[in-house]
Design a protein around this ligand. Structure first.
Ligand SMILES: [Ca+2]
Ligand SMILES: [Ca+2]
Length: 839
């Protein structure tokens, strides 16, 4: 991937620039304003919580006599965004060459196009990690949107200085772009297209609003394995291949063989071509051809999209760019657990992994090297293996590993290149959590389907917030017409039967009940017509009353709306502020819930963002308090998505939470506070071959910060935290927000970190926090098994901390640590748990 990008950059620099630059004053040779910003340019960081200043860069510009200097001196939330004052007209299908010269010390700088108004969809992004010397970021892009006011942007999220010069955006011909594109590879670019490696490298989307799920199984069709894809009635499911690197601007074809139990319409597609045939009970071939577009990191993958009921058998799936059709001709290997992809094991279970190879007829045997590494990077098991042609398999017992997260890798040489395949599995503490569920602080968002329930149980998550799954929302239960109820009793019954406690969500207007003016574009489930306040409060009150009454035995806690401080998540009536509209909504909700169920708890606020100084979240909350909103709720909730640990930065959580508490106290309503949604907006992958943007949060940091966020919040009296989210999105490319597991459900290190935390802190009560130094935290809890300390240090620091009389210790991944006689531990930013003697 990196090599291809390097080639693109090198060639792009050589070719002549004759096209028109769609950016003005992009060499920064024009005037600078009093604010230090070059004419025609602007700062777009006011939504973030940071300090940034601009100045002319006169020493050592890339070209001419000046460039733009941007210095960020404080960054608590968001990113610095530099934009031209005007939009750039973008035409769908046109090819643009985008170039930027950059230097500085701010890490990764993204060079992107996005939609200027909400929801700020990012059309394309590429960038580079800047350094002392000028470097060029350069890419070709086939526009995927028509936008007369496309927003060009440079974006970074680290304290430091960036110098910018010689930006350009030019429309170029397909020939010009193709001249510098890498050549196409021959052969099938997909992994395991013939299913010789079992289900490896295929992903299923399980949705998040269903309570049954699609299943895959490998079946032998006369000795030839194929994939059986079963989709229950009413469920839309997607089966995806892994993403493959493709050559942009070249012909691309996809093909497969498929049959169905009964005639079924199947969408078989890649990013640039597809077909929608009706498949019958006879094997038939499907093919489609197209041309790959230009993207900075061109990848593509195939997927089958089916609405159940459907049963399909699929084989010989290919994505090629060499003009040939069908067939795997490459050697391939995989090492996956017998429970793949939801590879969850507990103490006492010995995972068994299947090492499978597929050697084309007539090829020589290939030697594979396999290894199993732990979270800390230590190779725990390894070996080499070689067998004959065709499909070969052996079992690798992964015993003696103990608790932890593990990556299983198999590598082999192919024409001088090292190829590899990977999978992940975890060994967790026991699943039983015995403390009363009502008191558990551990919640999340997951589907009430077998995978979602298994994952929640395995990691000790006790609470489910229905956002999504959307089983209680107005758009779902009364979707089409007043009085036509479509209750989802079944998933609520299933969730309760699984021992989960629920937060119901009273939220989102059906189109018929919205105050959106006629002609409003539909938009999405959350940010479209349903985000407008209800047209008639009587209709809303009726929905609230019916819903609370119906579920009052199953759902004891209700939350009102979601993120009402965001512009497109609650759309007020003309002349109203967001806080004003939200207080009006609470006036028509709180008394109704209490009338139907006087013992129910009503959570409100649901404010997006940490409530730091000057943040929009704090401003909204203070206005909510001034308008009497606290009288219309029993608990206050906020949401916090993090890009660093919550206890670091210039305004850590202990500071802003204390401020929030003082405001509640001053208003005479010191309500319980909870974080009803949070996690990672930009998660990274733990499977290193999957395409992943460079500015995502590494999976090892996610595991550390997840525990630090939970435990810090518990120590600060935050009642509960609902991680977003546990969904199996089926995507082979990294999706924003989908933070807990990989797209197919393979565990990220988060899974072991979360399970260890809930196992040790089940039934715990907070005692006190010690700060042995400014860079170290020790939070003390009383647990049913005795006193427990949870300790860590600031990022990139270590400390030698003393725990006299320590009786046991566990690392972040749940493995027991030896207890030194001295009681002293080397502590890092990865939390460690220490069992202390009972006093
Ligand atoms: Ca210049
Ligand atoms: Ca096959």
């Amino acid at each position: 991937m990196r090599a291809t990008l390097g080639i693109l950059i090198a060639f792009a620099s050589l070719s002549a620039a004759t096209a028109q630059n769609l950016l003005t004053n992009a060499d920064f040779e024009g005037k600078f304003g009093d604010d230090g910003i070059a004419q025609g340019w602007a700062d777009n960081s006011s939504w973030a919580n940071l300090d940034v200043r601009y100045a002319p860069g006169t020493g050592d510009p890339h070209g001419g006599s000046a460039c733009q200097r941007v210095t960020c001196s404080r960054l608590d939330y968001g990113a610095v965004q530099v934009i031209p004052q005007g939009g750039v007209p973008l035409k769908r299908g046109a090819i643009y060459r985008v170039r930027a010269w950059l230097r500085g010390e701010v890490g990764y700088v993204a060079v992107q196009f996005r939609q200027a108004p909400a929801p700020y969809r990012v059309y394309v992004e590429e960038g580079l990690v800047v350094g002392d010397r000028w470097q060029e970021a350069s890419y070709f892009w086939t526009a995927n949107a028509d936008d007369p006011q496309g927003r060009f942007m440079l974006r970074f999220a680290r304290v430091g200085t960036l110098w910018i010069d010689d930006l350009s955006v030019e429309e170029v011909s397909a020939d010009e772009a193709a001249r510098v594109a890498p050549p196409a590879e021959t052969g099938n670019l997909l992994r395991n297209g013939n299913f010789a490696l079992g289900p490896a490298n295929w992903l299923v989307n399980h949705g998040c609003d269903y309570w049954q799920e699609a299943a895959v199984a490998v079946e032998a069709d006369g000795g030839n394995p194929c994939l059986k894809f079963s989709v229950p009635e009413g469920i839309g499911a997607t089966l995806s291949s892994e993403a493959a690197e493709v050559a942009p601007g070249r012909p691309l074809s996809i093909s497969c063989r498929v049959r169905a139990e009964a005639p079924t319409q199947v969408l078989f597609t890649s990013g640039c071509c597809g077909a929608r045939p009706t498949v019958t009970d006879k094997w038939q071939a499907i093919t489609a051809t197209g041309k790959s577009g230009f993207q900075p990191r061109a990848t593509d993958y195939v997927r089958f999209v089916v609405t159940g009921p459907a049963v399909l058998w699929i084989d010989d799936v290919a994505l090629r760019q060499d003009g040939e059709a069908g067939g795997n001709e490459r050697f391939e290997a995989a090492l996956i657990s017998e429970r793949h992809p939801l590879s969850l094991y507990h103490d006492g279970e010995q995972p068994r992994l299947r090492l499978a190879t597929s050697t084309p007829a007539g090829s020589k045997p290939t030697v594979v090297t396999w290894r199993i590494e732990d979270f800390w990077g230590a190779v725990r098991l390894s070996g080499k293996w070689s067998r004959g042609t065709g499909r070969q398999e052996k079992l690798v017992p992964a015993d003696k590993l103990g608790r932890g997260w593990y990556r299983a890798t198999v590598t082999w040489a192919d024409d001088g290149h090292e190829r590899r395949n990977e999978s992940a599995f975890v060994i967790l503490p026991p699943a039983d959590r015995r403390s009363p569920v009502q008191d558990s602080p551990f919640g999340a968002h997951f589907a009430v389907d077998p995978s979602g329930l298994a994952l929640a149980r395995a990691v000790g998550c006790r609470w489910l917030r229905l956002h999504p799954p959307n089983h209680t929302k107005w758009r779902v239960v009364e979707p089409d017409k007043q009085g036509e109820w479509k209750w989802r009793a079944e998933p609520i019954r299933i969730a309760r039967a699984a021992g989960l406690a629920l937060i119901g969500s009273l939220d989102r207007c059906p189109d018929w009940a919205s105050s959106a003016p006629p002609g409003t574009p539909p938009g999405g489930f959350y940010t479209g017509i349903g985000a407008w306040v209800p047209r008639d409060w009587a209709e809303w009150e009726n929905y609230v009353a019916e819903t609370v009454r119906r579920y009052r035995k199953e759902i004891r806690v209700w939350e009102v709306w979601n993120e009402p401080n965001l512009g497109d998540w609650l759309i007020p009536r003309a002349g109203q502020t967001h806080a004003q509209a939200y207080v009006e909504l609470l006036q028509h909700t709180y008394p109704v819930v209490k009338r139907e169920d006087p013992t129910a708890t009503v959570i409100a606020g649901v404010v997006a963002g940490a409530l730091t100084e000057k943040s929009p979240a704090r401003q909204f909350t203070e206005e909510l308090i001034e308008r009497g909103g606290l009288q219309l709720m029993d608990q206050f909730s906020f949401h916090d998505y993090i890009n660093k640990s919550v206890d670091e930065g210039s305004e850590p959580i202990e500071v802003w939470l204390a401020h929030l508490r003082s405001k509640l106290r001053a208003a005479g309503r010191e309500l319980p506070i909870l974080n009803s949604e949070g996690g990672y907006a930009n998660p990274g992958t733990s499977l290193t071959y999957r395409p992943c943007p460079p500015d995502t949060i590494p999976s090892d940091k996610m595991a550390c910060w997840l525990v630090r966020q939970h435990v810090s919040q518990l120590a600060l009296g935050v009642k509960q935290f609902f991680f977003y989210n546990f969904f199996l999105d089926g995507s082979p490319v990294i999706r924003d927000w989908e933070g807990f597991v990989e797209g197919d459900g393979q565990p990220r290190p988060n899974v072991a970190a979360y399970a260890t935390m809930t196992w040790l802190l089940d039934g715990a009560t907070f005692e006190r926090t010690e700060r042995p130094s400014a860079d170290a935290w020790v939070h003390h809890f009383n647990t049913p098994r005795g006193p427990l300390a949870v300790a860590w240090t600031r990022s990139d620091t270590e400390a030698d901390l003393s725990f006299p009389g320590a009786e046991g210790a566990w690392d972040l991944m749940g493995a027991e640590k030896p207890v030194p006689a001295s009681g002293r531990f080397d502590v890092t930013d990865a939390p460690v748990y220490v069992r202390l003697p009972t006093k």
